[in-house]
Design a protein around this ligand. Structure first.
Ligand code: 6R9
Length: 667
């Protein structure tokens, strides 16, 4: 809760409004603002009844719940606490015996363009077999399992199979390092890792299994008993006897076994833990509960994407992020959608890949990140062949964005060039902690304003407040909070309930109101929300959350070289924010040539410690960091330097003003 002021500076006024036309409103699940307002009203007048109704209508309970919300131990809220269900049964078994059973669940497009399709019925069979295989390896309900997989049908199967037996998965993004993997294995106390020998991205074969070996070899992973290896490619991988087993072998062991019955779990049973960055150096294991999470995953598919039976849905997020959990692994399946799963990257073999895939698979709902849009705008400008004009995008009906604020220029480009001015854009604001969308337009109801995520979903009591929790009027920038609990909210931080309480439910606000960690402002006319960015030490680079402290600790852990480091963000045209590091070397300030080499070494080091996404874009070296006389690093000053701004801050308190000059040069 440091500097809200930095977020209030950039209040732009956007006057363009795009109301939904008849195509969007006709037959929509929530059609017109009156329908939206009626749902909001229902939630306000009978909060308990509203959620009870939705949970009964949208989830198949093996044991019905009798208590909806339990606030007795706030902020450790419980939802549907005496009910039982299985998440995988709600995504797969539920469709058996309905017309959905023979519908394509997943259209998988591999990196090289090869396409595989799988129906709901076949997906259930494969999940069931793999669930049997997990059990045969001794994995039980309540165990934690790390999933370190490429974007494949098998990645989704791994998650669903864990859910089926009641094991709690923790997916680690395939771009994270051995060190990051090791930390997560230890923190989660995982008994197994599900991985692949290699992953294919952009025509390259990249190791996964070898990184798992590396991570485990770094020590402390004593709980791991099994590593299951999906052989994505024919390339050999090194086996650790007694610990490693391939998918083929594991499945052969359970051949002939009947289907694996879904294990009923309590609604509050942890479905998954997903690590995300916070204000300290240590990532937080965000824990989600089965019942509430699944309800919201299903419901937001229906509400935000207005999902219809004939839709082809494509969320481009990796399963390693929350968006890939809710809108690839769970939501689309719970809603019975046909979805595209893509293994590769948007720029291979050309920057027209997304548009070509939309044309090929007749995608009707497309959901991606602003950073992808911005990079494809650039590509379209320089390479005519990858311009969206070249492709038939007439199947598109609804567009979405997620992960970071979308600048109005990128929004307009998306609207014109991809949506051809026909498709509503849902700018969905949410977080790992919220489990699913919380503030977003509804395609058949909400008039759109570029750059605004508009209004909270029914039942989400979002507000903008000051440091004490007092409501602020429209037009005033402040902190985004959600005043009442909602079913898909974070339940705790794994192993650290105190941190959960401190990070999200500040005492100054009464201890029960959820603090999102973002600054926001509501428009004077419509009360629309616009997110102005994080108010804590978290950066958003290409829609990925990175803690500045995490990168700082990675830098200073290069103890032979680095004495001190500070990391801040600066705006970047494509990635939204870029990482800028200020480094003091033990040996003193380097020469130009040395600086270039050391900067390259430090980037590689950070990639090794955290992952390539955390590599600093700019590195600046000084004899010291700008500090106040009391020794505090002047981060606001660093932000100005990083942006290349003229220094307007008072630097009279600086201990050593000469270093400002040194820090002027970025490598
Ligand atoms: C889903 C996801 C969460 C942070 C969040 C905020 C930013 C996400 C946004 C957005 C503006 C949007 N964010 N969606 N900012 N407009 N539509 O991205 O989760 O990785 O946990 O990041 O992303 O800053 O606090 P996560």
């Amino acid at each position: 809760m440091s500097s809200t002021s930095k977020n209030i500076e950039s209040v732009l006024v956007e006057t363009r409004v795009f109301p939904p036309d008849e195509r969007a409103t006709k037959g929509a699940r929530i059609s017109g603002m009156a329908a939206y307002e009626a749902l909001c009203k229902e939630a306000e007048t009978d909060f308990d009844g509203f959620w009870t109704r939705l949970a009964r209508e949208n989830i198949q309970w093996t044991k019905p719940f009798t208590r909806t919300l339990d606030e007795s131990n706030a902020p450790f809220y419980q939802w549907f606490g005496d009910g039982e269900l299985n998440a995988s049964a709600n995504c797969l078994d539920k469709h058996i015996g309905t017309p959905t059973e023979n519908k394509t669940a997943i259209i998988f497009e591999a990196d090289d363009g090869a396409v595989t399709k799988i129906t709901y019925k076949d997906l259930l069979t494969r999940v069931s077999q793999f669930a049997n295989a997990l059990k045969a390896q001794g994995i039980r309900k309540g165990d934690r399992v790390i999933v370190y997989m490429p974007m494949t049908i098998e990645g989704v199967i791994a998650m669903q199979a864990c859910a089926r037996i009641g094991a709690t998965h923790s997916v680690v993004f395939g771009g994270f390092s051995a060190k990051a993997l090791q930390e997560r294995i230890i923190d989660a106390g995982a008994v197994a890792v599900i991985t692949a020998n290699y992953q294919l991205r952009g025509g390259k074969e990249l190791p996964l299994k070898a990184i798992v070996d590396d991570g485990i070899a770094q020590g402390g992973c004593t709980t791991i008993k099994t590593v299951l290896v999906y052989e994505r490619t024919l390339t050999d991988w090194k086996r650790v006897e007694g610990r490693d087993i391939s998918f083929t072998e594991a499945l052969a062991e359970v051949e002939g076994q009947g289907p694996c019955a879904p294990e009923p779990v309590n609604a509050e049973h942890p479905l998954f833990i997903l690590y995300t960055s916070g204000s300290t150096g240590k990532p937080k294991g965000v824990q989600h509960a089965t019942g509430g999470y699944l309800l919201w995953a299903k419901l937001t598919m229906d509400w935000t994407f207005d999902l219809r039976p004939e839709d082809v849905f494509w969320c481009t997020a990796d399963i390693g992020w929350i968006t890939g959990h809710t809108y690839v692994a769970y939501g689309p399946l719970a809603a019975g959608a046909t979805q595209v799963v893509f293994e590769g990257i948007p720029t291979y073999p050309s920057a027209g890949r997304f548009w070509q895939m939309i044309e090929k698979h007749k995608v009707s709902i497309f959901y991606t990140a602003p950073t992808a849009i911005r990079s494809l705008i650039k590509a379209a400008e320089s390479d005519e062949k990858s311009h969206p004009d070249r492709f038939d995008l007439s199947s598109l009906r609804i567009l979405g964005t997620v992960g970071e604020p979308i600048n109005p220029e990128a929004w307009m480009w998306y609207h014109r060039n991809i949506g051809r001015e026909r498709c509503p854009i849902v700018d969905t604001f949410w977080q790992t902690e919220t489990g699913g969308h919380v503030i977003t337009p509804l395609p058949g109801a909400t008039p759109l304003v570029p750059g605004s995520c508009t209004l909270p979903l029914p039942g989400i009591m979002a507000a903008i407040v000051d440091e004490t929790g007092k409501d602020l009027p429209n037009g005033a920038g402040g902190m985004l909070v959600i005043k009442r609990p909602w079913p898909s909210m974070i339940r705790t931080i794994w192993n650290d309930p105190e941190r959960f309480r401190k990070s999200y439910f500040p005492e100054e606000m009464g201890g029960t109101i959820y603090l999102a960690g973002d600054g926001a402002v509501r428009s004077a006319d419509r009360g629309y929300f616009r997110i102005t960015g994080r108010i804590d030490d978290v950066l958003n680079v290409s829609g990925h959350r990175l803690g500045t402290m995490e990168i700082e600790s990675a830098l200073v852990s290069k103890t032979d070289l680095v004495a001190e480091a500070a990391v801040v963000g600066r705006p970047d045209d494509v990635t939204g924010e870029a990482v800028c590091a200020f480094v003091v070397l033990k040996r003193g300030r380097p020469t130009e040539d040395e600086a270039r080499q050391i900067a390259a070494d430090l980037r590689n080091w950070v990639a090794k410690e955290i992952g390539p996404i955390a590599k600093p874009k700019d590195i600046r070296f000084g004899d010291n960091l700008p500090k106040t006389r009391s020794g505090k690093i002047m981060r606001r000053l660093l932000r100005s330097i990083a942006k290349g701004e003229a220094i307007t801050q008072d630097t009279s308190t600086l201990e050593n003003p000469a270093i400002l000059e040194q820090l002027g040069q970025a490598y």
